[in-house]
Design a protein around this ligand. Structure first.
Ligand code: ADP
Ligand code: MG
Length: 721
């Protein structure tokens, strides 16, 4: 019998090229096929087949770009773009006069919709100067654009174009599956469907693939958007409940003189830091483990907040709230994403904790250190020790504060009284790593995650559904503002001259390029983008011959990356040419200039994070956006960027204006396109979240909802970081 889990072959015979195409699309079972949604619907009368085009037609066609280039017409020297566009029936050449940039904006493989006049050139037909629409995944709330024409006729679903399988094939096969599979049990409880007037699963599947009218397709898309956010929230909610059942060390923060610690910082805390500290201390005082995310822009002072939480923890003795030991301290593990960051934290913590006499250790791939040192002649307040020795001291509870990289979560390392785990830049750690650091002890540690990745509120509600949120939405006073400037191509040399002056004064410079290497033939758009390797060569040779240029990009090994950063940190290099990998938390106060090449290609939130690299100095800092700011849209985005003061604002703007696909690194969160579109709709997200919460509170194990329970299992394995 045919079920959702049956292979597609069991439904229909597959030609070899279809088979290959399906493998590429990762469509394996009938269920996969049913969840492969159309991106649009066409009134079947709207598009003409390329095969049927005649000279003089004014036609709209839809097809895939096979080839595209810009050139000059050889007679008149008019710049133009030419392309070959293909649909299932045939192909035709297309010419756009005076629009050479089109060839850079549209790439091979992309599906486009073209409307224009068919002319005859010698023997072949050409589509001349058509209006051009790129096919995108369409938002659930921009209803008009989902439907071509005014939809009076039959609605034909159009699937994401792929070689070897046509939209017709999908439509045919999916309809057959829907008619053969009678029962598709719905995982969303009936009452929730009713409350939000959402169609049931089977109906929604029929409607999304084969709508009789536009409203049906929209209702179906809404259901699937809700569906996804609801499932994630249910999974996260379950996880949260499970964690809350665990027992954590009770940390008495009420009788503690926290001010005695915070007054030693060389600055007064901001209101936002104080509030976050209060929230954390109150969590630590509970029996249930804290699960809190501290979110704040680069430079907002997360480390001071974390240090205060560490202080509260290590000033407490192990034991239960009724019976505490009279000796020893609770322990803290503080994990940072890179060796440099871990080392920086180690050094700051020595300053913060010197007066307490508490021991601090550093553990990274390249060795271990311990503070304080008993060696009188030592140049540093710490000594290098063997890993074996350190492991012993951590295991017997002698070292309360342990700072490190991934090395912290090795199996060989175990704590005696781990009460608090802090994870810096938590989006770089997977769920499993978080769990593995948590499982080192009989007690479940309190968890404080920290991130500077600005994400929109709807996304935060979804992917961080299991965490409580503290926000540092205020920057320390007295910071010098970064001077931002958009640099047009004709001002490039002038800007380099300014930068040479700053280098002369001893400052350092980041130069960010959108690409690593030579242009990748799959991504023709990238041809114009500067690559790190080439640009580094050029800068060293022609622009900054007197200074040392280093490179950093994601294809380097972890060690190579750390070396490149270390060279820059210790000022062995003056200029670091890098891809956006540099965006995560490193602090090089002497680097006061950042140039971003091809700035228009980055999301605003990402640009903001890059700018954050130079916000940490007492020197004046500069952010130069080298942009091709011709279009109004680019100009507007750049001016929003210059005005905005925090990353969250920019993330919201990105989400609304550019669409979810443009938010940096969103794919890694494992949310589908339709789910991502839901994130533009705060009401829908809140509704899905509330439904999930109510359900979980009434039935934590989902015993009344076995289908949902089964479906949710899949989400347990997804890493949302
Ligand atoms: P991030 O949130 O990016 O981790 P850090 O904790 O590294 O930020 O802090 C950035 C810099 O700001 C550090 O040099 C820190 O000493 C300083 N700082 C932190 N809090 C304050 C404050 N309230 N006032 C002034 N400077 C502060
Ligand atoms: Mg930090």
């Amino acid at each position: 019998m045919l079920t959702l889990d049956s292979k597609i072959e069991s439904l229909i015979r597959l030609r070899n090229d279809t088979k290959n195409a399906l493998v590429k699309l990762k469509l394996n079972t009938i269920e996969d096929l049913l969840y492969h949604y159309p991106t649009r619907y066409a009134d079947s009368s709207t598009f003409l087949s390329i095969k049927n085009l005649k000279e003089g037609d004014h036609a709209t066609i839809r097809g895939t770009i096979k080839k595209i280039e810009s050139k000059k017409s050889w007679k008149t020297k008019v710049p133009l773009s030419t392309a070959i566009v293909e649909d299932v029936s045939g192909s035709i050449s297309v010419t756009w006069f005076n629009q050479p940039y089109l060839a850079k904006m549209i790439s091979v493989g992309q599906t486009v919709e073209l409307t224009g006049k068919i002319t005859k050139n010698k023997d072949s037909l050409t589509l001349v100067n058509p209006s051009t629409k790129e096919e995108k995944v369409l938002p659930i709330d921009s209803h008009d654009s989902l439907f071509a024409g005014d939809s009076q006729g039959v609605l034909t679903p159009l699937y994401p174009e792929s070689k070897g399988v046509s939209s017709e094939w999908f439509s045919h096969t999916i309809n057959r599956a829907l008619s053969e599979i009678k029962e598709i049990p719905d995982h969303i409880p009936e009452s929730i469907l009713k409350q939000y007037s959402l169609p049931g699963l089977k109906t929604a599947l029929v409607w999304i693939h084969n709508p009789k009218k536009p409203e049906d397709a929209l209702k179906a898309r809404k259901r699937f958007a809700f569906d996804e956010i609801f499932k994630i929230n249910t999974a996260k909610g379950q996880e949260k409940l499970r964690i809350q059942k665990e027992k954590a060390y009770n940390i008495n923060t009420e009788d503690l003189d926290v001010e005695d610690f915070t007054k030693r910082f060389p600055f007064p805390l901001t209101k936002a830091q104080e509030k976050s500290i209060d929230q954390i201390l109150s969590d630590l005082n509970k029996e249930a483990p804290m699960s809190r995310l501290l979110e704040g822009d680069v430079g907002s002072g997360k480390t001071a907040v974390a240090a205060t939480a560490v202080y509260a923890t290590v000033m407490n003795r192990p034991g239960t709230s009724e019976k505490k030991q009279t000796f020893g301290s609770l322990q803290v593990a503080y994990m940072a994403p890179t060796e440099i960051l871990a080392t920086q934290h180690f050094e700051s913590f020595i300053e913060y904790f010197r007066h307490t006499g508490i021991s601090i250790a550093l553990i990274t791939g390249s060795g271990c250190r311990k503070f304080p040192t008993k060696v009188a002649s030592s140049q540093t307040p710490w000594t290098t020790i063997s890993k074996a020795q350190l492991q012993k001291w951590i295991a017997n509870g002698e070292i309360p504060i342990v700072i490190g990289t991934h090395a912290l979560i090795q199996k060989s390392l175990s704590f005696k009284h781990l009460a608090l785990a802090i994870i810096d830049e938590q989006h770089r750690f997977g769920l499993n790593q978080r769990k593995s650091i948590a499982k080192k002890d009989s007690h479940f540690p309190h968890l404080l995650s920290m991130t500077a990745t600005p994400i929109p509120r709807t996304l935060a509600l979804t992917i961080y559904g299991d965490l409580d949120l503290s926000l540092l939405d205020e920057m320390p006073v007295g910071r010098k503002q970064v001077i931002n400037e958009i640099v047009l191509p004709n001002k490039r040399e002038e800007t380099y001259e300014k930068i040479r002056n700053l280098l002369e004064e001893g400052r350092q410079v980041y130069i960010i390029c959108p690409r690593i290497n030579e242009p990748d033939p799959d991504k023709e758009k990238a041809i114009v983008a500067k690559s790190v390797m080439e640009e580094a060569k050029r800068l060293q040779k022609d622009v900054f011959p007197k200074y040392k240029v280093g490179t950093l990009h994601s294809k380097m090994t972890k060690t190579e990356k750390e070396e490149a950063m270390e060279d820059f940190y210790s000022h062995k290099t003056d200029i670091l040419v890098a891809t956006s990998v540099v965006e995560v938390g490193v602090n090089v106060p002497n680097a006061t200039v950042i140039i971003i090449e091809g700035a228009e290609r980055f999301g605003l939130a990402q640009l903001h994070q890059l700018r954050g690299r130079v916000m940490r100095s007492s020197h004046q800092s500069y952010c130069y956006l080298f942009a091709d700011a011709k279009s109004d849209k680019t100009k507007e985005r750049m001016s929003v960027f210059i005005k905005a003061k925090n990353g969250f604002e920019l993330a919201e703007y990105d989400l609304q204006i550019r669409g979810t696909g443009e938010l940096s690194g969103l794919k890694q969160w494992g949310i589908s396109d339709i789910g991502m579109e839901a994130l533009r709709n705060i009401k829908l997200v809140e509704a899905a979240q509330k439904s999930a919460k109510d359900l979980i509170n009434n039935d934590p194990e989902l015993s009344k909802y076995p289908i949902l329970k089964e479906v949710i299992k899949k989400y347990d394995q997804i890493h949302f970081e």
